[in-house]
Write a protein that binds this ligand. Structure first.
Ligand code: NAD
Length: 337
């Protein structure tokens, strides 16, 4: 592992713009990082390469740290998701998605502070048993949950809660209906949590969780759940703090991490120069924390919160008129003044 070299995958749609913004900001922060660029997804296919080309795999293996823009995944047919491929290939088993309100950003609630930790390689996203009958009338998809992966993820979640001084962990499931898969996950949670008596424990069914998040998000602290539920609930949490433009995420494995925004490639605004890079810049701050550059991470986070919170130079999704570049310039001005 190269300690200070980060693989950068610009991605599709708004990806190159927001990744460029993030690299500029990280350079301004002067953390001594080196950046190695690589491609994946449609960009790679367009160049006649594999979905995740050999060179990209090699740089990821070497650096074990990556900053990735969103990658378009066609709905239905087309190629397998690059994101799912990368998570599986590099065993990035935990997806950490903090939703932290930024004072000044218009949103339904103030002071939301929820971390969703989502199982990242199993469940309904494992891609197992995807079939459609010859007559096109019946479709199937298998979900697989294992005790080993559930335990690894749950232990990571409880450890993260302890390390970050959190008080409560809510295990979200649907074990009343999906008795096998969700039931197994819940069973493992009940065992693992015995090792964490310092935390308050709670279990909640996923539909009730969605309602509670909308009605009273302040009752949540850390949520840990399986892949699909975590994907949906973390977008819900992003909505609570002002939208996808401000919600970062980290895919964490035993030996490395891949940092990205929760949002996708936003084809509706691609090429317009108005994408909000806040989410992936905050993912950059998560990467700095992961590298134990905590002072730099805090400085970056504080600067983003300051500039975004003031609301004077922000992108249209946050009610402003700034372009991606103008917003990034403003962040850099604050960081270097
Ligand atoms: P999306 O997140 O790209 O967009 C949803 C809405 O949010 C759009 O209106 C978009 O303009 C807006 N939005 C998203 N990010 C924004 C930003 N930074 N600034 C301003 N507005 C922003 O969701 P989608 O349209 O459902 O997905 C588009 C593509 O992205 C799909 O192919 C999907 O599979 C892919 N995707 C990739 C990832 C990833 O690479 N991690 C994650 C989610 C979706």
């Amino acid at each position: 592992m190269n300690d200070n070299t980060v693989t950068v995958i610009p991605g599709d749609g708004i990806g190159p713009d927001i990744v460029d913004a993030t690299v500029r900001v990280l350079k301004a922060l002067d953390c001594g990082l080196e950046f190695e660029y690589a491609i994946a997804g449609q960009t790679a296919l367009d160049q006649g390469l594999d979905l995740v080309p050999e060179d990209t795999l090699a740089t990821l293996k070497r650096n074990r740290l990556a900053l990735k823009g969103p990658i378009t995944t066609p709905v239905g047919g087309g190629f397998t998701s690059v994101n799912v491929t990368l998570r599986k290939t590099f065993d990035l088993f935990a997806n950490v998605r903090p939703a932290l309100s930024i004072p000044g950003v218009k949103s339904r609630y103030d002071n939301v502070d929820i971390i969703t930790i989502r199982e990242n390689i199993e469940g309904i996203y494992s891609g197992l048993g995807q079939t459609v009958s010859d007559d096109g009338e019946t479709a199937e998809l298998r979900s697989r949950i294992t005790r080993t992966e559930s335990e690894r993820l749950l232990r990571f979640a409880y450890e993260t809660a302890v390390k970050q001084g959190r008080k409560k962990v809510t295990v979200v499931h649907k074990a009343n209906i999906m008795k096998s898969t969700s039931g197994l996950f819940l069973d493992v949670a009940r065992k693992v949590r015995e090792d964490y008596p310092q935390l308050e424990h709670e279990e909640m069914i996923v539909d009730a969780t969605a309602m509670q998040l909308a009605m009273n998000p302040h009752r949540f602290d850390v949520i840990v759940t399986t892949n699909l539920f975590g994907d949906i609930l973390s977008d819900l949490c992003a909505g609570l703090i002002g939208g996808l433009g401000v919600a970062p995420g980290a895919n964490i494995g035993e030996h490395g991490g891949l940092f990205e925004a929760v949002h996708g490639s936003a084809p509706d605004i691609a090429g317009k120069g108005i994408a909000n890079p806040t989410a992936i810049i905050l993912a950059g701050a998560m990467m700095l924390d992961y590298m134990e550059l905590h002072d730099k991470a805090k400085r970056l986070r504080d600067t983003v919160r300051d500039v975004v919170g003031k609301g004077e130079v922000v992108t249209p999704d946050l009610g402003g008129r700034a372009s991606t570049t103008e917003f990034t310039d403003e962040l850099i001005r604050h960081l270097t003044q």
